[in-house]
Write a protein that binds this ligand. Structure first.
Ligand SMILES: CC(C)(COP(=O)(O)OP(=O)(O)OC[C@H]1O[C@@H](n2cnc3c(N)ncnc32)[C@H](O)[C@@H]1OP(=O)(O)O)[C@@H](O)C(=O)NCCC(=O)NCCS
Length: 158
């Protein structure tokens, strides 16, 4: 598997993967274009090694403002879930954020999205707070999860 920065040719694949996953944030192409073009935006895609169609099998979208970043979206094609793709995307994103001197990363997740919560916890994210009524359709609170990326901790973290 190869993780790389997305290009505009990847937008159709990103939108298709997003469309397969009801729990992903649902953005329009312009949202991804804006993020990819912004100074602190980080849009990564995972590509399958073997010749496969489609080749892009997952993506992660993050936004960094000075020393804080937020995971805005993450999804893996349903046929490729539970094979380490999500974890690989996040590890690469965190490595790039560390290089950019990011101190902490936040994200929101539905408490019912147990796989996602477990994935984030396996990378060192902890539950920071709970946002009442954050999600709609269906209504649910959000866990705000946070990861400190201080240099001292960086060596111990995956
Ligand atoms: C959440 C999501 C991105 C995870 O990606 P993935 O490639 O399937 O996850 P990985 O294979 O990298 O799994 C990483 C960790 O997640 C957890 N996990 C994933 N699948 C799991 C399963 N079936 N059972 C238990 N834990 C699971 C585990 O902690 C796992 O670590 P491990 O393999 O060492 O046990 C993916 O399932 C997805 O696209 N879901 C729909 C969209 C979504 O929910 N996005 C997040 C919005 S906040």
């Amino acid at each position: 598997m190869n993780i790389r920065a997305a290009t505009k040719e990847d937008f159709p694949a990103i939108l298709a993967i997003q469309g397969e996953n009801a729990k992903a944030a649902h953005w329009v192409q312009q949202d991804y274009e804006k993020l990819a073009e912004s100074g602190g935006g980080l849009l990564l895609v995972a590509e399958a090694d073997a010749p496969a169609s489609p080749k892009v099998i997952g993506f992660a979208a993050l936004d960094r403002v000075i020393d804080e970043a937020e995971l805005k979206n993450l999804a893996v094609a349903t046929a490729h879930q539970h094979q380490g793709v999500g974890q690989a995307l996040l590890r690469e994103a965190l490595a790039r954020l560390r290089q950019a001197a990011t101190q902490r990363v936040y994200l929101e997740v539905r408490p019912s999205n147990i796989f996602a919560v477990q994935l984030y916890a396996s990378l060192g994210f902890v539950i920071h707070s709970r946002r009442k009524g954050y999600y709609s359709q269906p209504a649910e609170d959000a866990f705000v999860m946070a990861l400190e990326l201080s240099p001292q901790l960086a060596e111990k973290q995956p």
